[in-house]
Design a binder for this molecule. Structure first.
Ligand code: SF4
Length: 306
């Protein structure tokens, strides 16, 4: 259904839309996060790295244009394509006043070959005014907004110190839907506070919301995080590669087939990653998932409710 894959990949979706490989350029817009600056919390989410979950990005002391030029040069060694999406990744990329946000987004959009914007943020940082700005951009370009839900389980959301409720998430999803904005939801698999059934319950919930896309992450224990300290103390169980592959395949089976899968592996920087080290071999993770789906004779949405 999706070329050689049994799930609806972002690569497939964007090739269909733009007619060629689309490259995502990760940039740091110089934002902070209310879960770090004391507004919602001062320690951040328990797993969050020093760079605000964007460890591969350029240097935010450079302008957005400079970062885009630099990222294009790096990516051109790997891909030959003139279709790029500027991905505002680090920290909370709607956490500023609307004028500053507009300035930063437009600076990215004015760069050569930028055909769209991806904006990662928190649901408690999009109010009506921000949604209107996003809506305005949505008419000009190909836009999606990423929300870090991670889990629907309340105990787990307290454990990770997410700092907002499921109601807040739901209201934000409704607001973005009202403005016709594509939404991508991040989920973490392997939290130590959750059983497999609880993880799949988050997946079912997200599937029912019918977002445009989903990102599945394996929980990473990164250096200099509170999760690393907790891991050192408790040595909690981290999913093995086989357990993760099985869980991802179960998740894909219950995710609606129209949902675009943006990621099914983690993306930790080698030098920052404590565990699980098997995630560094991304090609193996991806090929094991492909093989497991084929062995099962299965595909995304096989068990999704109609
Ligand atoms: S909301 Fe994002 S940037 Fe803020 S602490 Fe959590 S993971 Fe880090």
């Amino acid at each position: 259904m999706w070329n050689d894959k049994n799930y609806h990949t972002l690569d497939w979706e964007l090739k269909n839309i733009f007619g060629e490989k689309t490259i995502k350029l990760s940039i740091d817009g110089g934002f902070t996060c209310p879960n770090r600056d004391g507004t919602k919390g001062s320690k951040g989410c328990i797993f969050c790295s020093e760079r605000g979950s964007g460890d591969f990005n350029s240097d935010c002391s450079k302008s957005i244009r400079e970062q885009i030029v630099e990222q294009k040069q790096i990516m051109s060694k790997k891909w030959n394509s003139s279709t790029c999406i500027a991905y505002f990744q680090n920290y909370t990329n709607t956490y500023d006043n609307v004028e500053n946000l507009r300035k930063k987004y437009l600076e990215a959009l004015r760069c050569e070959n930028i055909k769209g914007l991806a904006i990662a943020t928190r649901p408690d940082c999009i109010d009506e005014e921000t949604a209107e700005l996003l809506s305005e951009l949505n008419e000009k370009t190909f836009l999606w907004v990423e929300l870090g839900l991670q889990t629907t389980d309340e105990r787990s959301s307290n454990f990770i110190r997410r700092g907002y409720s499921l109601d807040t998430f739901n209201s934000c999803v409704q607001l973005l839907r009202k403005h016709g904005i594509r939404t991508v939801i991040h989920i973490i698999l392997g939290l130590p506070t959750e059983t497999r059934d609880q993880m799949l319950s988050t997946i079912s919930y997200v599937s029912e919301q019918k977002p445009w896309g989903v990102k599945l992450h394996m929980l990473h224990v990164l250096k200099n995080t509170d999760l690393a300290e907790y891991f050192n103390k408790t040595q909690f169980h981290l999913l093995s590669l086989d357990e993760y592959v099985e869980l991802v395949c179960d998740s894909l089976e219950i995710l609606d087939k129209n949902i675009v899968i943006h990621r099914i592996t983690g993306d930790g920087k080698k030098s920052n990653l404590i565990e699980p080290r098997w995630t560094l071999n991304k090609l193996k993770v991806l090929s094991d998932i492909d093989r497991e789906l084929k062995n099962r004779g299965s595909y995304q949405g096989k068990y999704a409710p109609l």
